[in-house]
Design a protein around this ligand. Structure first.
Ligand code: PMP
Length: 448
């Protein structure tokens, strides 16, 4: 039976009963290697003893206190850890319950900043075609995933979308990687001049694209040029690190590796590592001070924001990163994973690209490596790879996105930071078997 509202009502899904390390177990005792951390969430794996203990302790002490009445010591400590690591003057943290809430809050905060400055004509955002920022209306409006946007198009605020920096699909053979990055960044300037920079609030982008294109990093210099353009035309830069942040690419914030500063950053997923639903928006002192010296407070709020138990879980997660030296391990394990995948798929006729950073990697699946032509949408490639992988005891995240109107397919990998070298081998073997079986079968049957 299919239930239209809740995926977990699908009777064909296995019943998850236990998690331990990088594995989830179903009711029959079968184990699944969680190679995508769900949707890039479970960065510490399952059943981490220190996080569990911190949660028990917090619930025994104080599960919840409304942020309108109280702050908590752990919220202050977690804010300090985040702002200390964040580049630039990102000094103010606003805790929420997930990624979409964090993005909605960032969009509204950016608008209110300009309202306080009397720049009321600023009313639109620019974002990128290959992007996902969440499923609530504001986040969906700035996102570029056509399939997700389509049914709700009349409800979405008008937003300008430019191309993402996506060398595999966009770079001409004759140009250098740097020149390509500059050309893509300059699309922002062109679009700003077309729409009138004085009408724009902010540019929002994922430093490493997640769900919609599969672990796509920008070319060196791209984000520096983006920052320059934002400054030149007086618009804000919002970086959405909901998926790529919290150590996933080897540094706590992915944009540390771009050597730029943002005005607002959003995080979620790895912040609670699956132990608690939590997200956050981190804003600059300039934004904070403008609002506090103006109307005095951000005109926003949610009942469960800054939830004491969620904060205690997130604090234990970030402490575990330090205590277990996990971020250097992400860099090392990320290289190992990239090498294993590259070796394994280098001659595969249907794998066009192996890419990513840290433990955030993806394969792009194509029907033809030379032309990069994707499999057709009706091949149902993603759901078939997902099902085959589950059968083999592997959780990976196959997705489709639109690339210049065509359907593109990738398999996203975001394993827990605690994954061992032997488990990377297991991941690679099972992934190869899943991708190879499905693509070869579809090809033989002419369904591509
Ligand atoms: N932004 C990005 C970059 C994401 O990847 C996601 C979730 N995939 C979101 C926002 C939305 O987060 P959530 O699903 O927690 O609302």
């Amino acid at each position: 039976m299919h239930h239209i509202f809740q995926r977990h009502c699908h009777s064909e899904l296995p019943i998850a009963v236990k998690g331990e390390g990088v594995y989830i177990y179903d009711q029959t005792g079968k184990s699944y290697l969680d190679a995508s951390g769900g949707a890039a969430v479970s960065c510490l794996g399952h059943s981490h003893p220190v996080v569990r203990a911190a949660l028990h302790q917090q619930i025994d002490q104080l599960a919840y206190a409304h942020t309108g009445f109280f702050n908590t010591e752990k919220a202050i400590e977690l804010s300090e850890k985040l702002t200390h690591a964040a580049p630039g003057d990102l000094n103010h943290v606003y805790f929420l319950t997930g990624g979409s809430e964090a993005v909605e809050s960032a969009l509204k905060l950016a608008r209110q900043y300009f309202v306080e400055k009397g720049e009321l004509q600023r009313s639109q955002f620019i974002s990128r075609k290959q992007s996902y920022h969440g499923n609530t209306l504001g986040a969906l409006a700035v996102g570029g995933n056509e399939l997700r946007r389509k049914p709700f198009a009349p409800l979405l605020m008008p937003t300008e979308h430019i191309s993402a920096c996506f060398a595999y699909h966009g770079k001409d053979a004759s140009e250098s990687a740097f020149d390509y990055g500059q050309r893509m960044a300059n699309e922002l300037e062109t679009r700003l001049l077309e729409v009138g920079p004085e009408t724009v609030i902010a540019f929002i982008a994922e430093p490493v694209v997640g769900a919609t294109a599969g672990a796509v990093t920008a070319e060196e210099g791209y984000f520096k040029r983006i920052r320059e353009i934002c400054d030149q035309y007086g618009i804000l830069l919002i970086l959405d690190e909901v998926m790529c942040g919290m150590g996933r690419t080897g540094t706590l914030f992915a944009h540390e590796q771009e050597d730029i500063q943002a005005d607002i950053v959003t995080i979620a997923k790895g912040l609670g590592a699956g132990y608690q639903p939590i997200g956050a928006m981190i804003a600059s002192s300039e934004i904070h001070n403008t609002i506090s010296q103006g109307s005095g407070f951000f005109q926003h709020g949610h009942t469960y924001m800054g939830h004491a138990t969620a904060i205690a879980g997130a604090l234990a997660v970030i402490n575990a990163f330090e205590q277990e030296a996990l971020l250097p391990r992400v860099q090392q394990a990320g290289e190992i994973l990239q090498n294993r995948l590259s070796e394994c798929f280098k001659n595969h006729p249907f794998v066009g690209d192996v890419r990513g950073r840290g433990l955030f990697r993806a394969l792009e699946i194509v029907a033809d490596r030379d032309s990069k032509k994707p499999f057709s949408a009706c091949s149902k490639l993603d759901s078939q790879i997902k099902a085959k992988a589950m059968e083999l005891g592997l959780i990976c995240y196959p997705m489709s996105g639109t690339i210049d109107g065509k359907n593109g397919h990738h398999v996203l990998l975001a394993p827990p930071f605690i994954i061992s070298d032997a488990q990377i081998d297991e991941l690679t073997e099972k992934l190869f078997h899943s991708v190879d079986t499905i693509t070869q079968t579809l090809f033989k049957e002419g369904r591509y």
